[in-house]
Design a protein around this ligand. Structure first.
Ligand code: RTP
Ligand code: MG
Length: 158
């Protein structure tokens, strides 16, 4: 939130299954750190269908929902808490538009242009508001690791 105090905001970033299996994690994290974010916490987890459906509940009535759940459960994901002043908007700017195919043309420097393919396989997630960020951070990190099939948890700040 922009209040001029220099206070940091937290957002949730995910490297989706295609980003992780495509070995983009190191390049993505390099961009994250070079852009002034702190990676507060991170963990690699395998979502099951229930986890993914709960996380993307806002899209449950959309025609692409079934494919989205298949995609998000197709392999492990890397979930990160990213911290920076105005983190939500800055992370959304960094990842670029939802359609990675279009991003390659309109936002060639964006992460989705770098590692995504199309409107579904877009390799990264970002919370779309401060409120969403708070919900999504709690979703993954309040009960984790017990609530998820956690492969690796790394805490940077505690
Ligand atoms: P995200 O939540 O993952 O950061 O993506 P977003 O805000 O840019 O896009 P959103 O509308 O929230 O959609 C969530 C994810 O669903 C997949 N999708 N597929 N086939 C389609 O038309 C379609 N539209 C969206 C994408 O993986 C998108 O990131
Ligand atoms: Mg979204």
């Amino acid at each position: 939130s922009s209040n001029g105090s220099g206070e940091k905001e937290r957002t949730l970033g995910i490297i989706k299954p295609d980003g992780l299996s495509g070995n983009y994690s190191d390049r993505i994290k390099q961009v994250i750190l070079e852009s002034g974010f702190n990676i507060n916490k991170e963990m690699v987890i395998q979502l099951d269908e229930e986890n993914a459906a709960n996380f993307y509940a806002e899209h449950s009535s959309k025609p692409f929902f079934t494919n989205l759940i298949k995609y998000m459960t197709s392999g492990p994901v890397l979930v990160m808490i990213l911290e920076k002043e105005d983190a939500v908007i800055h992370w959304r700017e960094l990842i670029g538009p939802t359609d990675a195919g279009k991003a390659k043309i309109t936002h060639p420097q964006s992460l989705r242009a770098m590692c995504g393919v199309d409107i579904e396989k877009n390799c990264v997630h970002g919370s779309d508001s401060h409120q969403s960020a708070q919900r999504e951070i709690a979703f993954f990190f309040k009960e984790a690791p017990s609530a998820f099939k956690t492969e690796a948890v790394r805490k940077h700040d505690e």
